[in-house]
Design a protein around this ligand. Structure first.
Ligand code: ADP
Ligand code: MG
Length: 280
């Protein structure tokens, strides 16, 4: 037997090993310089996100949630610290980290399927193979329950359908990490409730690593495996809450509401700490 047998995983019925760390943020800060004035948006952020995890960044308006997402996407550079994806430093945008833009980012002059095919153009091996791209696009539309609307123009879709089409396009290049900034702002409550269900269904099936941003505690509780709660600006991680509920979760489920209440209480504490004078 080995001397340090405690560190050797037991064979057979041992607990599954935790998924590997996909994304690592080490002491990431961001200060914007605006007309000679410095705006400190983020204090040092340390965060590890594992493969297949759904992490929600939650905090008051202006606390740096979008900034952090933009840093992960590579649209902005950290002032200090480092972001790595699978151990490699993030320095620019890449199709391994895709931001799901809101519905208006769909091309209105293209049919639904052609929007998805456009997304597939970035995927290695697909670029110059039109038939393969069409077939893959159909699969993605099926996943989103949009196959019947493949040939529809975008303007014929409802708000929820547009959002699903945008999700299909974002997933098309098979990104390692999907980034979603306040995904469902302009939708009515019923459509949102359905989309939350569908998004979780897709998650379970694709096992994507997702980071999304919200200031809605119910959305955070409904979607997140982990909710990272930020302080007011300059944002720092105040605490995190593990949402230990089975999926798919219903946004109106009392247990989800229970977590949402806990998360909201943390936000209120955070808001009391926010220094007035935030840029509007
Ligand atoms: P959130 O998404 O949490 O509402 P943001 O990340 O958009 O917050 O913004 C965090 C802070 O950084 C805010 O005070 C905002 O005004 C500031 N900020 C964001 N982007 C810029 C920029 N490009 N230049 C200067 N200040 C910025
Ligand atoms: Mg924002």
């Amino acid at each position: 037997m080995t001397q340090n047998s405690a560190s050797v995983p037991a064979t057979g019925e041992s607990a599954p090993a935790p998924a590997p760390v996909k994304l690592r943020l080490a002491n990431v800060t961001k200060t914007f310089e605006n007309a000679g004035q410095n705006v400190e948006a983020l204090k040092p952020i340390n965060l590890e996100i594992r493969e297949g995890e759904y992490v929600v960044l939650f905090g008051p308006s202006g606390c740096g949630k979008s900034t952090l997402l933009n840093l992960i996407a590579g649209f902005e550079e950290p002032t200090s610290g480092e972001i790595t994806l699978e151990g490699r430093r993030v320095t620019r945008p890449g199709h391994d980290r895709l931001m799901m833009f809101q519905e208006h980012a769909l091309f209105p002059w293209l049919k639904v399927i052609d929007n998805v095919i456009y997304g597939l153009g970035w995927r290695p091996g697909y670029r110059f193979r039109p038939r393969l791209r069409r077939q893959k696009a159909r699969e993605l539309l099926k996943l989103m329950h949009l196959e019947e609307f493949a040939k529809s123009p975008i303007h014929e879709l409802s708000g929820g359908m547009k959002q699903r089409a945008a999700l299909a396009r974002a997933l098309a290049p098979d990104p390692k990490v999907l980034l979603i900034d306040e995904p469902f702002p302009a939708l009515d409550a019923l459509v949102r409730a359905r989309l939350y269900g569908e998004l979780q269904d897709i998650l379970v099936r694709t096992r994507k690593t997702i980071v999304s941003v919200t200031h809605d505690p119910r959305e955070a509780a409904c979607l997140g495996d982990r909710v990272i709660v930020f302080t007011g600006r300059p944002g720092s991680i105040k605490t995190e809450i593990k949402v230990d509920l089975p999926r798919p979760r219903d946004i109106n489920d009392p247990q989800v509401a229970g977590y949402a209440g806990k998360i909201a209480a943390l936000l209120e504490e955070g808001q009391r700490e926010t220094i007035p004078g935030e840029k509007v």
